[in-house]
Design a protein. Structure first.
Length: 304
């Protein structure tokens, strides 16, 4: 197995175990950071795998895992931290990969845990990569969602980025096998209410994926209802604790959130765009983002 030093630097406070961590086709070890023959309190993250291409995939998974932890874009798909072979191996190293920055921050060991778990199943590692791509199109710092109102953008480019981020986020729900499975003969709703068979089948798949179907999720709703809200009323459970005046944030069941995102993807964000498309806001994409984040983290048995 060849060794490659990544640009990730983990804090000694978070590296609880120096044991080797094993993924499907690689392992990761921590080596003390040494500068001028002095050992620092931080650790280099070293990938052990058969070649540079595999190491690069692992490097990318760690970057995508950091995006999942933060619920926003930390790196773009093309700007992950540097990757340096620890010895001279007979292999081609892309030049575009030689001048990328290194990074030291919190949660790198947790990102590594997520990446190693995800590596064993195609649906998980593809979901991670999709998550980072969606965040690259549009994501918010958590403080941007602090209970206050941001006016709707009037720039069509913003709406397009939000719409396509929603499309990719929803595809993660499909990747995880947690989408609504209905047909014309067996629709998801009958007279505006859940078809009990469809709902029960979805709840069963959610439970098997370690998703707590009884725990609600907060849904950001701000100012007066948008065109999108007027098109489709949300089946809300109750107001969030902090809701007041024009902050209408509320709690919604996971199954109802998935149904709404499915509708939002199909009727608003995809295909030929209608006038309601201009009502897409940072809150719409943030709601979808945080729903998908929860589904992915709980499916991986990781919690934040």
């Amino acid at each position: 197995m060849r060794k490659y030093k990544t640009g990730y630097i983990a804090s000694s406070e978070e590296v609880s175990s120096k044991s080797e961590i094993f993924g499907k086709y690689f392992s990761i070890i921590y080596e003390p950071k040494v500068i001028d023959d002095r050992i620092k309190d931080d650790y280099y993250v070293i990938i052990k795998t058969k070649d540079f291409q595999n190491a690069r995939k692992v490097n990318q998974l760690i970057a995508s895992s950091l995006s999942l932890i933060d619920a926003r874009n930390f790196f773009t798909l093309d700007s992950i931290p540097q990757l340096v072979p620890l010895e001279k191996y007979n292999e081609e190293i892309p030049k575009s990969h030689s001048n990328v920055m290194s990074v030291g921050r919190l949660d790198i060991p947790e990102a590594i845990n997520i990446a190693t778990k995800a590596s064993f199943k195609r649906k998980y590692y593809l979901s991670l990569l999709k998550y980072q791509l969606a965040c690259e199109l549009h994501s918010n710092d958590i403080m941007d969602l602090y209970p206050q109102y941001y006016n709707l953008s009037r720039n069509p480019a913003d709406h397009l980025r939000i719409a396509n981020a929603i499309i990719i986020f929803y595809s993660i729900i499909e990747e995880l096998g947690l989408e609504i499975r209905a047909s014309k003969k067996n629709p998801s709703k009958i007279n505006g209410k859940w078809n009990p068979k469809i709902k029960a089948e979805l709840e069963s798949r959610l439970s098997k994926s370690n998703i707590n179907i009884n725990e609600t999720i907060d849904w950001s709703l701000r100012s007066t209802p948008t065109k999108i809200e007027k098109f489709k009323n949300l089946p809300l459970v109750k107001k969030s604790n902090w809701s007041t005046f024009n902050i209408r944030d509320s709690e919604i069941l996971i199954v109802d959130a998935i149904a709404h995102v499915s509708w939002l993807r199909s009727k608003i964000a995809s295909h030929k765009l209608n006038k309601a498309f201009t009502s897409l806001s940072i809150y719409d994409v943030a709601n979808v983002n945080l729903l998908v984040r929860r589904l992915l983290l709980e499916s991986l048995r990781m919690f934040w």
